[in-house]
Write a protein that binds this ligand. Structure first.
Ligand code: SF4
Ligand code: SF4
Length: 344
């Protein structure tokens, strides 16, 4: 606590905090929550934002070995603001801090494992904010997991090493991590929904990936050559404000019709482009059909067309084959590391 409060107090002398105060005032408005180092009072979101700018300003707060980052700095201000807002007991405050610490370091370790590099504190701190504040706000398990998912998906995803290479107020991503965590809580309360944060999803993913028949199972799903290549023209098409209909997002070069001059039903049923695309079968792209990396790839007609000099959706873009090879290598290395751990 001395460490975290020390960081907040010293950080309140920084330019980063001055910027955070201005931002809190202009975006999040007033309230009755005190902010360390300022005589002003803010809403919960404003106070969290302001203190999120001071807590990591001088990098003097606690460090964590496994995540190679600063867990406490990323949630202390928001939890303080939430505790003040909800007028909770000292015990509840400390419990929320503990919950935030546990969640933050676990999420940090999970992210590092998943992406294979160390992230900035704000990346997983956003999830710690959501966990600690959600608890103080009385969120049930379902809402809490939702807020964690929203925070994890929307948090800054910055390699920690860039903080070192390019020192600035960006460093460690803490202020934006705090704001993401706070907004994840407020948006959850407004009905915004996410789905499975990494600590939930990881278990299923690990179980699936460790199965001996993982590759064979995925390949089997792609081995039926008579199946449609994908959902294009079967379950999906897109429209934009000028009425143009495209087969898929990112494929604006292929206009299949326009709603100002034709009905959606007629375009959907009779557009030559959509009829052509929905007639493509897996076996039509032979290279993908016989590919040994297909379990690690999501071949895509829109991306093939966009990469092809002639706009041909059947022309395999080699770049994606390289990506599939890298995916395969990462998964195989991960599996090997965890098989060794499991066998020990
Ligand atoms: S790696 Fe290349 S050839 Fe194999 S499935 Fe993917 S896009 Fe097709
Ligand atoms: S695989 Fe590509 S082309 Fe097919 S539906 Fe998905 S995004 Fe669209």
């Amino acid at each position: 606590m001395i460490d975290l409060f020390g960081a907040l107090i010293v950080g309140s002398k920084s330019q980063q905090f001055a910027a955070g105060l201005k931002l809190a005032k202009s975006v999040f408005g007033g309230g009755d929550i005190a902010v360390i180092g300022s005589g002003e009072h803010f809403s919960f979101a404003g106070a969290s934002t302001a203190m999120g700018h001071s807590s990591n300003a001088y990098d003097i707060d606690d460090g964590h070995n496994i995540t190679r980052a600063h867990p406490g700095t990323s949630f202390v201000g928001a939890i303080l603001a939430a505790a003040y807002d909800k007028n909770v007991s000292r015990n509840e405050f400390f419990t929320a801090l503990l919950v935030a610490y546990e969640t933050t370091v676990r999420m940090g370790a999970a992210l590092m494992d998943y992406y294979n590099y160390a992230h900035s504190s704000g990346t997983f701190g956003a999830v710690g904010v959501a966990a600690g504040v959600g608890r103080l706000f009385g969120f049930n398990k379902e809402r809490l997991n939702n807020a964690l998912s929203v925070a994890e998906f929307n948090a800054p995803l910055v390699p920690g090493i860039r903080s070192v290479e390019y020192p600035s107020m960006n460093k460690d991503g803490v202020p934006f991590g705090v704001m993401t965590g706070v907004l994840a809580i407020l948006d959850t309360a407004c009905g915004f929904t996410g789905n499975k944060h990494m600590l939930e999803a990881d278990e299923e993913y690990q179980k699936a990936i460790m199965a001996d028949d993982f590759n064979a199972t995925v390949e089997k799903l792609q081995n039926n050559g008579d199946e449609q290549f994908c959902g294009i023209g079967v379950s999906t098409c897109c429209m934009v404000s000028n009425g143009d209909i495209f087969p898929c997002p990112g494929w604006q070069s292929m206009v299949c019709g326009n709603l100002n001059i034709d009905s959606l039903e007629n375009i959907w049923k009779n557009s030559p482009q959509l009829n052509y695309l929905r007639s493509i079968r897996r076996k039509d792209i032979k290279e993908c059909m016989s590919c040994s990396d297909k379990a690690f790839c999501s071949p895509c007609l829109a991306r093939f067309a966009n990469e092809s000099p002639t706009g041909n959706p059947m022309e395999v873009a080699k770049h994606y084959c390289e990506v599939a090879k890298i995916n395969k290598k990462i998964v195989e290395e991960w599996r090997q590391r965890h098989t060794i751990k499991r066998d020990n």
